[in-house]
Design a protein around this ligand. Structure first.
Ligand SMILES: C[S@@+](CC[C@H](N)C(=O)[O-])C[C@H]1O[C@@H](n2cnc3c(N)ncnc32)[C@H](O)[C@@H]1O
Length: 279
């Protein structure tokens, strides 16, 4: 017996650049859902979504919760999630749309999907093109070359993290670095200096870092400003800036592991392996 309730949730991403980065399946859900509930800051993207959705609910106004005494971003995210879930409970097919990838540094989609499934509704996420995908293409970095560490800037600052300076480091939300009240969406030179001091444990102060901002429409320029790490506190950072820190040192061989691997017998041929798996 099918016990799935009638409401349904699909979380989609719109990509970073509206014209061309929306996947066909995401577009199809946006067009056919009973309601599109979205937190898409780009005005052109928003207008376009409003034009093709049957009904459109904009969540952006909820950020004003942060101006209320005793409330912060977490309250905003909970209220956004609740709005999505309420529409699902009403039996609607709900498409929740977020810019970039809906599940990368975007907690609302994860909370909504978990909540919907816990209440017995069908819920899933479709992937989208994230800021990290764009920076790989725009800057021309292959994360597979050295490996990549990626984390939120304030999380990096306030927790004890092990940084590997032989791999690429991507810090998200440096424009909110060290903002602990969870009420504001900016930072200042003093907080950025704390970030620089922490990074200086693993990187030389004259190490070149990149301030990256993907163009969000065809008339916008992508920002890829290369600056010295020590100059970060004086740089202009926005909410959309991502900090890219290329490797500062070469990878070192782990000779113990290499010797162990070399001492092992050669791997079997493909036919030997398939015979072994049959027997
Ligand atoms: C809440 S996260 C949203 C990420 C988004 N879900 C994605 O898939 O890319 C916001 C952070 O994403 C990064 N970001 C957002 N827009 C960007 C852009 N146009 N260029 C570069 N990074 C961007 C910045 O690090 C920003 O602080």
């Amino acid at each position: 017996m099918n016990t799935q309730k009638q409401g349904k949730l699909i979380c989609v991403g719109t990509g970073m650049r509206m014209a061309g980065q929306l996947t066909p399946i995401a577009k199809s859900y946006i067009e056919t859902a009973d309601v599109v509930i979205a937190a898409v800051p780009n005005v052109f993207a928003r207008k376009w979504l409003q034009g093709i959705a049957k009904e459109y609910v904009c969540l952006l106004g909820y950020y004003s919760d942060c101006d209320v005494e005793g409330k912060n971003r977490r309250d905003t995210y909970r209220r956004m999630t609740e709005t999505i879930l309420q529409a699902v409970r009403e039996g609607k097919t709900v498409c929740a749309a977020f810019y970039g990838h809906p599940g990368i540094f975007a907690c609302i989609s994860h909370m909504a999907i978990e909540g919907a499934r816990a209440e017995g509704f069908s819920a899933h996420m479709e992937p989208g093109i994230s800021a990290e995908d764009c920076l790989v293409a725009d800057i021309g970095i292959d994360p597979g070359k050295t490996g990549v560490q990626a984390m939120e800037t304030t999380q990096f600052m306030i927790y004890q993290r092990k940084i590997d300076p032989t791999c690429l480091l991507i810090l998200w939300q440096p424009g909110l670095a060290g903002e602990l009240s969870l009420k504001r969406f900016d930072t200042d030179a003093a907080r950025l200096q704390v970030l620089v001091d922490k990074l200086a444990r693993d990187y030389p102060l004259d190490h070149e870092v990149i301030l990256y901002e993907a163009a969000t429409h065809p008339l916008e320029q992508t920002r890829q400003d290369k600056i010295r790490l020590r100059d970060l506190p004086q740089a202009s950072l926005k909410q959309i800036t991502t900090l890219v820190i290329p490797p500062a040192a070469a990878m070192q061989f782990d000779q113990v592991i290499i010797d162990r691997l070399k001492a092992l017998p050669a791997l079997g041929t493909v036919s030997e392996l398939s015979e072994a798996s049959v027997s």
